[in-house]
Design a protein around this ligand. Structure first.
Ligand SMILES: *Cc1c(COP(=O)(O)O)cnc(C)c1O
Length: 428
């Protein structure tokens, strides 16, 4: 496959956009080479500017769970656009998607829509701080909650890929209110509570971590966090930007049967348009302006195009009783195939998976937290990435990313992928 035109386009973009990209994870910095410029996409496939067809395992980093250019979403956006693209006034459409989201997700009464996962998480902690009248939050090393200041402390994926887990520009004052804990280590979290009595407003966590590869919570970990929060008057925030509407209708809360106090959404909830949301029970959500004192706003929040896209996406997921089971089965099939091929080639690896989130790590030890995720062999990952790319398989250009499986993938696509893995494994 040739990437001549992509290279030219990238060089041109670099003149006017930092690094040629509007989000750093799109660059190929940690794997080398130039990013691929996409022309269009349909279903499970990307078509790039050089005319290559790629099987897509990123799917816009999650949103395209039913495939690219999903007809009901595309049609809804076209029809809405003809009626005006933004009003800055309430619409019935917002209530419709809010009702549906509240009916699908356990333990929430109200939801507010924003424009990104970053905004959702940022607003969720402000609400938690306002509600509890406390300043500090606990986050886990390797978890990513968007690029707002409080979270850019050992933030996983993008931030780690670029070697700046703690970004310059985040003030010491902000950083001191973010306490860092080890994923899957309850004792560590308990010690933070002991050291900071009555000061911790919230724990924010990816209930299945997806930004240091995929790291499932160990048995009892989320339950333990729930108990610690209850014992300390602290709110538990599930950042379900990745897991929401992907692991189950009700996300990780439903999958694990654990109640969060505030839930943040993004990615799938917008059907590929810029949407985030945060939700909670009435007592917490009523603390938000205009009902309560915690301020949060957005000129384009609840934008009609975005809401139309999100509504069609949620409807499709809500009306298909088997979609999450199908996604799980397809991903399990892929996992089994990859394991067999890596095993046969004698490659040292670990694969983690929960539902349709999966990651391949080039390390023999279990990957359970940020430290163990960092032990993977990045040189092997680079070869794996570029090898797959040559075979027409597009995975994320970073060893710290989860693959996002889409239901548009057929078993033929999965077989083609497994065959590609076999070829590439022989070269590792
Ligand atoms: C992607 C992601 C975010 C940030 O969402 P954006 O829409 O990129 O701002 C936050 N949390 C998690 C878990 C994510 O995966």
């Amino acid at each position: 496959m040739l990437y001549q035109r992509s290279s030219q386009l990238c060089a041109e973009a670099e003149q006017v956009i930092p690094g040629g990209v509007n989000s750093p994870v799109r660059a190929f910095k940690s794997v080398g080479g130039t990013p691929i410029f996409v022309k269009e996409a349909k279903g499970a496939y990307l078509y790039d500017e050089d005319g290559n067809k790629l099987i897509d395992y990123i799917n816009s980093w999650g949103p395209m769970i039913l495939g690219h250019a999903y007809d009901p979403v595309v049609n809804a956006v076209i029809e809405r656009a003809k009626k005006g693209t933004s009003f800055g006034m309430p619409t019935a459409l917002e209530t419709e998607i809010a009702k549906l989201a509240v009916s699908m997700v356990p333990n929430i009464d109200k939801i507010r829509f924003v424009n990104s996962g970053t905004e959702a998480c940022m607003s969720a902690i402000r609400l938690a701080r306002g509600y509890t009248n406390r300043d500090k939050i606990i986050k886990f090393a390797g978890c990513y909650h968007g690029h707002s200041d409080s979270f850019l402390i050992q933030a996983g994926s993008g931030a780690v890929t670029f070697g700046s887990p703690n970004s310059p520009g985040v003030t010491k004052g902000t950083a001191k209110d973010t306490l860092l804990a080890k994923y899957n280590d309850l004792q560590n979290v308990a010690s933070l509570f002991e050291a900071n009595p009555n000061e911790i407003a919230a724990i924010i966590i990816e209930p299945v971590a997806g930004n240091m590869g995929c790291i499932p919570p160990s048995d009892g970990f989320l339950e333990g966090l729930r108990q610690l929060c209850d014992a300390n008057g602290t709110l538990l925030i599930f950042d379900e930007v990745m897991t929401g509407f992907r692991l189950a209708k009700g996300g990780a809360q439903e999958l694990f049967g654990i109640k969060a106090d505030i839930v943040a959404f993004g990615k799938v909830i917008g059907g590929g348009l810029p949407v985030g949301a945060f939700a909670a029970r009435n007592e917490i959500m009523n603390y938000l302006a205009p009902l309560g004192p915690v301020y949060q706003a957005g000129t384009l929040s609840g934008n009609p195009l975005a809401m139309a896209a999100g509504l069609e996406m949620l409807k499709a997921l809500n009306n298909d009783a088997n979609v999450f089971k199908r996604l799980d089965e397809k991903t399990a099939y892929l996992e089994k195939g990859i394991r067999e091929k890596l095993e046969a080639a004698g490659v040292v690896y670990t694969i983690n998976r929960t539902g349709s989130m999966i990651s391949v790590h080039f390390d023999a030890s279990p990957v359970t937290d940020f430290q163990s995720a960092s032990n993977g062999d990045n040189d092997t990952f680079k070869k794996f990435f570029h090898g797959l790319l040559k075979e027409g398989i597009y995975i994320a250009p970073s060893a710290y990313e989860t693959w996002f499986i889409t239901d548009a993938l057929t078993y033929d696509d999965l077989d083609a992928t497994i065959t590609a893995v076999e070829k590439v494994a022989a070269t590792l």
